[in-house]
Design a binder for this molecule. Structure first.
Ligand SMILES: [Zn+2]
Length: 147
């Protein structure tokens, strides 16, 4: 799976659909969001499943996730803003569904949902839309097989 570059971002589809962000968290962080205040995310590789239905579709949303200087809006923004962590790769699925992606990824060895409800406030079927990849190589290989 290629690393994200400005060129990759230009190629993202403007269609609505779902995506998986691969996020590298280089150190432990304590979440600030009121709901999860004090919860520690340990350094490692995280997978965030999201969907984009608005104008600009997947392209606009993923570009936003990759910007370091955004105003926090989604739970995942704490991991991807101000140099805390970084989006290192992305899988996009035009027409896809974030919960289906989460379900598939949860079958990968080592993948867990460390914070109940994270990124999934509107979802009734998933424990969370943020997953930690305990075995990053297994997760990356799995993502590559999905694309
Ligand atoms: Zn879900």
């Amino acid at each position: 799976m290629p690393k994200i570059t400005d060129q990759t971002l230009r190629l993202l589809p403007k269609a609505a659909g779902a995506y998986v962000l691969v996020i590298d968290l280089p150190g432990d962080i304590a979440l600030q969001n009121k709901r999860f205040a004090g919860t520690v995310l340990h350094k490692g590789i995280y997978l965030y499943c999201g969907s984009a239905k608005g104008p600009g579709g997947i392209a606009a949303r993923v570009k936003r996730h990759c910007r370091a200087d955004k105003k926090p809006h989604w739970h995942v923004d704490e991991l991807t803003s101000n140099g805390v962590g970084q989006v290192v790769s992305v899988l996009v699925v035009p027409g896809g569904n974030e919960c289906d992606l989460r379900t598939s990824l949860s079958t990968v060895p080592g993948v867990e949902a460390p914070v109940h409800g994270f990124g999934s406030s509107d979802c009734k079927c998933c424990p969370a839309h943020l997953l930690q990849a305990g075995n990053p190589d297994a997760a990356i290989v799995y993502l590559a097989s999905m694309s």
